[in-house]
Design a protein around this ligand. Structure first.
Ligand code: FAD
Length: 491
C-alpha cells in the first residue's frame, strides 16, 4: 500500500509524492464505539506502539490515534520493488538494550544485515574538502576520523569517560553541565590549532551527520552523550550508529508491535486522525481530533515529538517549563536522500563532501533488485536543501559526492523539515535545553503522560529511546489503573 509520506523520482516518471510502505494500515480505523477507554495513546511511532502493546497485554482497553496513514512515525521504510529504502530511523545494535529486547522477543536476531560491504570495485573513501579531493582506503578513513574525533571529545584527558561516566545519567558528573552550554563550534574553536585540515573537515561532517543541525546550534554535551553511549570510540560509533539494519526494513519490525496489540482484542485505532486538543480533568481526559471527534479515557500517553507539541492545545495549559522547552525545540533538520545509481561497484564506497555541498556524508548501503547500487546520503540544517523543491539541485548534490556518482536511476526521500507531524528528524539538543528542561520535557500533566524518544534518558533520539519511553509510560499507567477498581481488566 502507498503512504502519503515520502517522494520518489525517476528520470522516466519525474517526481512523485507518496511511496509504498508495509507500515500503511488498512482499514484505517476499527473504532466501533465511543465508550470511555482506559488509555488513549497519541502517536503510532515506536514509543506509541510499545506503550499500546504493553498496555493492551496488561489488560487495558486502548485507543491509538495517529495523524499519518501508517505506523512507525519517524522510523519507516518504503518498499520499492521488494527493496526497503529507510526513510527515517534505520540502524540498530545489540548494545541498545530496549530495541534489542524487542528484536530478541520477536525472534528477529537473524533479520539484520550490514550496511557496509567492503568487497567490491570502488572500495575506497573519498574526501572532497573546500580545497582538495582525495581518495584513501577505508582503514585510513577510520584512522582520520578516529584521531579527529578523539581530539574533539578529549575534554578530560580520558576521551570523555570522566565527564560522562554514565551516559544514562548525563549530569552524573556535575561538571558536564559546562559542556551543555557549549556548541560544537565552541569546541572546534578551542581545538582549532590541534586539528589537521582533513581532521577538521571530517570531524565537522561527522558531527553534522549526528546532529542534523548546524555547528553553532548543536549542544557539544549531546555529542559527548552519543560518544559515551557508543563506548567512547569512533569504531563504537560506526558499529552502533550506522551498521546494522533490518533486511526487510523498519516497517516490517514495527508491524510486530501493532499486530501483537491487535491480537489482544483490546486495541481500537484510528489512522489519518490528527489530534487538535487534549483536556485534562480530575476524573480523566478527553481529546478532540481536528475533524471534531471526541474521545475520553482515564489516561493519555502523548507521544507527539517536541517540535510538534506546540500544535496541540492543552486545557489546562502546560506547565511553564514544558512550554519553554517546546518554544526552544530541537535543532535536527537532517536531509536523508537515497540514490539508486547504475554503477554496481559503488557498493563499497563512502565519502565526505564538506563544507560546500548540500549532502555531506554518504555510503554505499545496498544493491537493489535491478543490480544497481543504493547510496544513502545525509545533509543537515547547515547548507540545508529541501530535496523535492529543486530536483536538479538534489541530483547535483549527489553527483558532487564522487565522479563515479553518475546515471542516477532513482531518488527516494522524505522531507522531515516540512513534515507537520515531525518538524525535523531525530532529536538533537541545542545548548542548554537539556540542563534547563530535560525534567520538564519528561514531566506529566495530570492524567496526561508524555513519552517520546526526544526526552529518553539513555539512547535519546534513537529507536531504543522511543521503546525505553513507551515502556516507562505504559508501566506507569498500568500500575495506576490496576489499582483503580473497575477500570482495568487484566486477564
Ligand atoms: P515518532 O516516531 O515521531 O512518533 C510520534 C508519532 O506521533 C508520529 O507517528 C506522528 O505522526 C504522531 N503525531 C504527531 N502529531 C500528531 C497529532 N497531532 N495527532 C496524532 N498523532 C500525531 N534512530 C535509530 O535508532 N537509528 C537510526 O538509524 C536513526 N536514523 C534516523 C534517521 C532519520 C532521517 C530520522 C528522521 C530519524 C532517525 N532515527 C534513528 C531516530 C528515530 O527514528 C526516532 O528517534 C524514533 O523513531 C522516534 O520514535 P517516537 O515514537 O518517540 O516518535
Amino acid at each position: 500500500m502507498t503512504s502519503r509520506d515520502g517522494f520518489s523520482w525517476t528520470p522516466q516518471e519525474g517526481l512523485k509524492p507518496g511511496v509504498p510502505s508495509l507500515g500503511v494500515i488498512q482499514p484505517p480505523t476499527n473504532i466501533t464505539s465511543t465508550a470511555k477507554y482506559d488509555l488513549i495513546v497519541v502517536g503510532a511511532g515506536y514509543c506509541g506502539l510499545t506503550a499500546t502493546r504493553d498496555a493492551t497485554l496488561a489488560g487495558l482497553n486502548v485507543l491509538l490515534l495517529e495523524a499519518r496513514d501508517r505506523i512507525g512515525g519517524r522510523s519507516w521504510s518504503s518498499n520499492i520493488g521488494g527493496y526497503p529504502f529507510e526513510m527515517g530511523g534505520t540502524w540498530v545494535h545489540w548494545h541498545q538494550p530496549h530495541v534489542w529486547r524487542e528484536i530478541s522477543r520477536y525472534g528477529l536476531s537473524t533479520a539484520l544485515e550490514s550496511s557496509f560491504d567492503f568487497s567490491r570495485g570502488v572500495n575506497h573513501f573519498r574526501l572532497n574538502s573546500a580545497t582538495s579531493s582525495t581518495t584513501r582506503s577505508h582503514d585510513d578513513e577510520d584512522k582520520l576520523l578516529a584521531s579527529g574525533l578523539e581530539k574533539f571529545v578529549n575534554v578530560d584527558g580520558a576521551h570523555g569517560r570522566n565527564i560522562m561516566p554514565q551516559p544514562h545519567d548525563i549530569f552524573h558528573n556535575e561538571q558536564s553541565r559546562v559542556f551543555d552550554s557549549m556548541s560544537a563550534q565552541d569546541r572546534l574553536d578551542q581545538i582549532a590549532n590541534d586539528l589537521t585540515p582533513d581532521e577538521r573537515t571530517t570531524v565537522e561532517a561527522f558531527v553534522l551527520l549526528c546532529s542534523g543541525g548546524t555547528l553553532s546550534n548543536m549542544s557539544f554535551l549531546e555529542f559527548l552523550h552519543w560518544w559515551a553511549l557508543c563506548g567512547f570510540t569512533y569504531q563504537g560509533c560506526l558499529d552502533m550508529l550506522i551498521t546494522y539494519k533490518f533486511r526487510q526494513g523498519q516497517s516490517s519490525f514495527a508491524r510486530h508491535f501493532f499486530q501483537e496489540a491487535s491480537k489482544t482484542g483490546r486495541l481500537s485505532y484510528s489512522f489519518s486522525t490528527p489530534l487538535a486538543s487534549i483536556e485534562n480533568s480530575s476524573t480523566g481526559v478527553s481529546v478532540t481530533t481536528r475533524a471534531g471527534a471526541t474521545f475520553t479515557a482515564s489516561r493519555i500517553i502523548c507521544t507527539v515529538p517536541l517540535n510538534v507539541l506546540g500544535t496541540i492545545r492543552f486545557d489546562p495549559p502546560l506547565a511553564k517549563g514544558k512550554q519553554e522547552a517546546i518554544g526552544i525545540g530541537h535543532v535536527n533538520q537532517c536531509v536523508k536522500v537515497h540514490a539508486e545509481i547504475k554503477n554496481k561497484d559503488m557498493r563499497s564506497w563512502s565519502g565526505i563532501t564538506h563544507p560546500h555541498n548540500k549532502l555531506v556524508y554518504a555510503i554505499g548501503d545496498g544493491t537493489t533488485p535491478s543490480g544497481n547500487t543504493h547510496i544513502v546520503c545525509f545533509g543537515a540544517a547547515q547548507n540545508h536543501i529541501q530535496a523535492e523543491e529543486d530536483i536538479e539541485q538534489t541530483i547535483n548534490a549527489v553527483e558532487a559526492l564522487a565522479p563515479e556518482m553518475r546515471d542516477i536511476q532513482r531518488l527516494v526521500f522524505h522531507n522531515w523539515a516540512k513534515d507537520e507531524f515531525a518538524k525535523g528528524a531525530w532529536f538533537f539538543s541545542p545548548p542548554r535545553l537539556l540542563a534547563d528542561h530535560l525534567d520538564d520535557m519528561r514531566a506529566r500533566h495530570g492524567n496526561v503522560l508524555f513519552a517520546n524518544s526526544d526526552w529518553a534518558v539513555g539512547w535519546r533520539s534513537f529507536i531504543d529511546g522511543a521503546i525505553e519511553e513507551g515502556t516507562r509510560a505504559a508501566a506507569e499507567v498500568v500500575s495506576e489503573l490496576l489499582n483503580e477498581p473497575g477500570v482495568a481488566r487484566p486477564n
